[in-house]
Design a protein. Sequence first.
Length: 406
Amino acid sequence: MMRRLWNPFKKVWKFVILLFLILLTFSYAMFQGGFVSWFLFYSFLPFALYCFCLSFYSLNELEITREIPKTDYNAGESLKVTVKVKRNSFFPIFYLLIEDQLNETLKFSHQKKNAKSLVLPGFRKEFSYEYIIDELPRGEHVFNSFVIRTGDLLGLLEKEKVYHTESKIISYPAYTELIYRPFETHFDQGMTASRERVQRDTTLAIGVRDYQPGDRFSWINWKASAKRNEIMTKEFEQRQSHDVFLVMDCAPDKHFEAIVSFTASLLRAVLKKGAQTGLLTISRERASFPIRGGDDQLHQLFYHLARIDASSSSSFEKVLETEGMFVQQTVSFLLVTAQLTKPLIEKAGFLGQRKGKITLFLIKGKSETPTQDEKSLIALANARNVRVLMVHEGKFASAFSEVNVR
């Protein structure tokens, strides 16, 4: 507030100083006489006149645009931004200091070329510069404004202007190519999950239902669609239930980015296998995605994972206890966390009594080994019918090697 009130007085004060310096050098030349005094006056005069003209020059004439090649990225990709400036007049500008205001996550990312650049336009009406962010962090990133500063060479006058121009990009979580292999799980019907690609028996239609994203075009029942004036698809007998519901721990943890990356890899692998999947996360808000398949489901889940942060106030075992959807039948439950605790194992074991064996993925760092407490908890988990698989960063592809770490 005080700075805003001081800015008008600061401009007037600098203008007064400029006039005083002009009068001072002129008076010195008049009273002193001689070549040196007049040379000093005439040498200072161009800078003073330029500074005087610059005080009336408006930065509002500048037109600034930010060019970004695309809006969708994956975490770890590089981003090249081109900043272009156009202006109408030929008024000479000695320098322009242009800074693209980045959000906190991007500001601390490694920049091959800085988002803040010093440009020497001179008489040019169009000019540009580029900056590069080497590795984009996961998240939704918003570019809000530019801050532009200019002035004279002697620093007698400075001008600053903020240009609001918004751009937005989304950086989806990095993922690893996984081959999803359903674990052998016995359901109430006595069926065992197959390792083959999940398929429906399309030779036997048992009814019709409303169209859902991901349904094939060949499944549409045109006769029923015409009668109901809505798109209806055939309901086929599904040979086995391969539906997967994944619960991700959103508690603050140093391995949270690895948790998100593995969850994204796992969801993608399940959908690529032909199965259907859903997701539950509780961070700042609760978000539950029903079990579905198809590319639309994958895009929706990835968009959610791009924006999520580790802000859960509830422990992971509390999440398992309070959520009512776990009473669903014939669904494989996969849990992803980086913190293995006794209450979590007990809650997962209780859930496994009704659902069959629960699989818990424990995310560890690249070179981390299980502690003695974790080994004891893994042994307890095996006794409680909870399958614990330890997955290390950089080795997500081995998650379904079916080798349990004890």
